[in-house]
Ligand binder design. Structure first.
Ligand SMILES: [Zn+2]
Length: 459
């Protein structure tokens, strides 16, 4: 078997969470259950209506472009992509062709080709009785499309990229991008290249024939479908066959891709600039000024990871939880701020990770850590206190006193215990003696102080 290289490019569509649709004032609500509740003559494509550009949607894409270090267009326009399908009432979709809002940039080291803005189509629902129903709530919802360069070479990276993109959209607050709800849809262009593949009749040059895999509605599906496609294409080539240029779907149950339609040449959508919409000279529009929008960009996931690593030296797995789960991240940050000490913050993080199932207040968390630091409670005691706080929010010091968890560090008391133990167990090894003394103190003795006393007295 020869060496094959997997080549993947991703195309990701995401519905933006703007208040209204892309070109009209209809509500943009992906949770609306009643069909055709949020529609108007504009998004229904009635003749004589005029679209108006949604400023918030354009700003969202520009902010996204700035976050990934892309090049913001000086000039941009919207184009009509002409095709006929029941879910596209106008007979064309308004999209961007020659002048996308953003070019270039990168995410997780993956180079991006472009990011543009378009409108979503209606939703077709095919019933069991053979009817096709149309719900226009989704028609005209702002849709951002991100296209990567074909520079991804394994399915895990593709999955990680899609996850990171979703996280970025969440951080920017521009989309929920819930894949199960169809708010984020991933397409993978998959091909394999082989050193001698150029000799085959390949339509896409050195890359081998490209297959487009659609309907990937979970991150797992993205990874599995790419893996499956790689094996399928390699199998075809190995057996002397040829990869056909086509669009394939993903069967979740069988875990395999299947042919949807074979592409014969590229479809001619007769793109042309939409004459109903103004052309946009981005830098002349104050609302779109990159230097203004840049100030609205929060700390981004990769910046947060770096800061947690640098400031606290936390483990990568723990950092990832804080970066992905804002509530836990907030608890850690606030606790760290209260403790104002790198080592104690790190200790707090260990307890958060191992002993909390529920988010508690940062004040309580910091207090528990301080008590450990002061030698007031043992690690065991801290775990017990944290358990109680999660059940019934209460002051850690009060809990410690009520439950007799305060560690005994008092030399005089401990010395008395030590002497008793030494009297009862003559010539026993120190480890045994410490254990006996611990028992005598009902596990409340500070083990370090205890050990010190033994060492001194045994000399
Ligand atoms: Zn509308």
């Amino acid at each position: 078997m020869k060496d094959y290289t997997l080549i993947i490019g991703l195309e990701i569509h995401v519905e933006l969470a703007t208040k209204t649709k892309m070109f009209c004032n209809s509500k943009n609500d992906s949770n609306e259950k009643r069909p055709n509740a949020n529609i108007c003559p504009v998004c229904m494509g009635y003749p004589g209506t005029l679209p108006v550009i949604n400023k918030e949607a354009v700003q969202s894409v520009l902010r996204l472009g700035l976050a990934v270090g892309g090049e913001i267009a000086d000039f941009t326009e919207f184009d009509r992509k002409n095709y006929f399908y029941p879910d596209i009432p106008k007979g064309y979709q308004i999209s961007q062709y020659k002048h996308p809002l953003v070019r270039g940039g990168s995410l997780l080291g993956v180079a991006l080709t472009r990011i543009h803005l378009e409108e979503d189509t209606a939703k077709s629902i095919h019933t069991e009785s053979g009817d096709s129903l149309l719900d226009f709530n989704r028609a005209g919802v702002p849709l951002v499309e991100l296209v990567t360069e074909p520079v991804i070479h394994d399915s895990e990276t593709a999955g990680r990229f899609a996850r990171e993109f979703q996280l970025l959209l969440n951080y920017l607050g521009i989309a929920e991008a819930n894949m199960e709800k169809g708010e984020m849809r991933v397409e993978a262009n998959v091909s394999v290249s082989r050193s001698d593949l150029k000799s085959l009749d390949s339509k896409d040059g050195p890359f081998g024939t490209k297959v487009e895999v659609k309907n990937l509605n979970s991150f797992k599906a993205v990874e599995k479908a790419i893996k499956y496609e790689f094996d399928r294409q390699v199998g075809l080539l190995e057996s002397g066959g040829e990869v056909q240029q086509e669009t394939r779907g993903w069967n979740e149950e069988k875990e395999e891709t299947f042919s949807q339609r074979v592409k014969e040449g590229s479809h001619d959508y007769r793109y042309f600039p939409d004459p109903d919409l103004p052309k946009l000279f981005i830098k002349d529009i104050l609302d779109f000024a990159p230097e203004v929008l840049r100030r609205t960009i929060p700390e981004l996931p990769w910046q947060k990871r770096e800061r947690y690593k640098k400031d606290f030296g936390l483990k990568d797995e723990d950092i990832e939880i804080y970066v992905r789960e804002p509530g836990w991240g907030m608890l850690f940050e606030e606790t760290a701020q209260l403790l104002n000490d790198t080592e104690l913050s790190k200790l707090a993080s260990n307890y958060i990770m191992s002993d909390l199932r529920k988010i508690i207040s940062a004040e309580r968390m910091a207090e528990v850590i301080r008590m450990i630091d002061e030698g007031k409670i043992s690690s065991r005691g801290a775990k017990d206190i944290l358990k109680i706080i999660q059940e019934e929010d209460a002051d850690p010091r009060t809990i410690a006193e009520e439950k007799d968890l305060i560690q005994i560090s008092d030399r005089e008391i401990l010395e008395r215990i030590v002497k008793e133990v030494m009297e009862e167990n003559k010539n026993a090894p120190i480890q045994f003696l410490v254990g006996q003394a611990m028992k005598k103190s009902n596990s409340r003795a500070n083990p370090e102080v205890l050990k010190n006393i033994f060492e001194e007295l045994l000399k």
